[in-house]
Structure formats: C-alpha cells, structure tokens
Design a protein around this ligand. Structure first.
Ligand SMILES: C[S@@+](CC[C@H](N)C(=O)[O-])C[C@H]1O[C@@H](n2cnc3c(N)ncnc32)[C@H](O)[C@@H]1O
Length: 197
C-alpha cells in the first residue's frame, strides 16, 4: 500500500493552498505523498489552537513536521528556535520551500527517523506532534515515550490523537513517564499535554 510516508514512486505535483490561523494568512506548498495535502489538517489545527502560545519560548521540536505547518505557524506567533524533523524527504523539501514562502526563520529542518538524528545533548522546552498513526503503533509510541529523553525537566510534550485512534490507551501507556492532561476534546480529537512532576 502506498502511504504518505512511502512516496518515492509517486509523481510529484506541487501546488499551494492558503489558510488563516488566528488572523494570519499562511501559504503552504504541498505535493502528492505528504500528509494533509489539500488543507491544514483539522487535528493539527486543534493542536495548534490549544498550545500555550503566550508562554511558549526556547527550543521547540516539531516532530514529524510534514511540510512544516506546526513550526512555520508557531514561528510567526512566538519567539523560539525550532527543529523540524521527518523521514519523508518530499515533505522536508516542501518545508524548506514553505519557510521561504512564508518569509519566516529560526527553523532548522532535517531528516530524522523519530529522534535518531537529534543532538542528544539538546533538550527541548516543547515537543509538538501530530503522530503518524498510519506508520503503526510502534513508531507512535516511540514518538511519545522517547520524548522524555529530549525534554528539559520543565519541558512539555503536546500531541493530538483521535479518540478512535486509541488516545485513551496512549495516555495510559505513557502514564509511567509523564503526568498527562487532556487539554482539549474537539470532534473526537484529544489534545494531550505531558509533563514532569
Ligand atoms: C500526521 S503527519 C503530521 C504532519 C504535520 N506535522 C502536520 O501536522 O500536518 C505525521 C508525520 O510524521 C512523519 N513520520 C512518519 N514516520 C516517521 C518517523 N519514523 N520519524 C519521523 N517522522 C515520521 C510522516 O512523514 C508525517 O509527515
């Protein structure tokens, strides 16, 4: 089965869409073989709308960045430095284009299988992710569980997951690592905050 993260043989067809987020207009170049190629994903929008934007700063990791929506939108709203990583090279190329298109900066975009290519000594204030459900449970749980090793003691992990994609089971599974709080429930999407004591 062709999945959006296994796209090398898909013909490319780059196009662009526009979206309004909190009164700011963003443009995104998209292509076949990337996640949510026609519009800003609803779950990602719910995630972004529920982040503590007014207090966010420091180092932010956009894990599974796709074509860059999370870090590009946040980079216009907060003063922070971003690492944006994905395994999908087509998506990473689009992220580079979208950074220029939206005339924003402070985003370091590179290929990484989950946390593999990250600097082990760099700790993040925020890790933000809409995890790749279609990649399977192992990788999703790796995203969520390994975040712990890359967060400052005051760091926070935020993720979005549909209830019917196992959000409650995921919360249970990571309960040994973090305190968790469901900070939003909207149309079946849960936004979950994970932090330390
Ligand atoms: C649900 S999409 C979210 C994309 C983007 N953040 C958004 O919200 O529109 C999940 C992303 O995770 C990426 N991904 C899948 N497996 C990965 C892995 N092992 N390491 C890093 N990223 C991965 C996919 O390529 C995809 O871009």
């Amino acid at each position: 089965m062709n999945q959006y993260f296994d796209n090398v043989n898909l013909p490319s067809n780059i196009r662009e869409y526009e979206t309004n987020f909190l009164g700011n207009i963003f443009k995104f170049k998209v292509d076949n073989g990337v996640f949510s190629k026609d519009k800003l994903d609803y779950g990602t929008r719910v995630l972004l709308l529920n982040l503590p934007i007014s207090k966010m700063h420091g180092n932010v990791l956009d894990l599974g960045c796709g074509y860059g929506v999370v870090s590009i939108i946040l980079s216009k709203l907060i003063n922070a430095s971003f690492d944006a990583v994905d395994v999908n090279r087509r998506a990473l190329h689009l992220t580079e284009m979208n950074i220029k298109l939206n005339k924003t900066g402070g985003i370091n975009c590179f290929e990484s299988n989950a946390y593999d290519a990250l600097d082990k000594n760099k700790l993040y204030d925020y890790i933000v992710t809409n995890p790749p459900i279609r990649a399977g449970k192992d990788i999703v749980y790796r995203f969520l569980r390994e975040a712990k090793e890359h967060m400052k003691p005051t760091g926070e992990l935020y993720f979005v997951m549909r209830k019917d994609h196992g959000a409650k089971t995921a919360i249970k599974d990571i309960g040994d690592l973090y305190k968790t709080e469901i900070i939003a429930k909207e149309k079946g999407f849960f936004v979950i905050k994970c932090f330390f004591d």
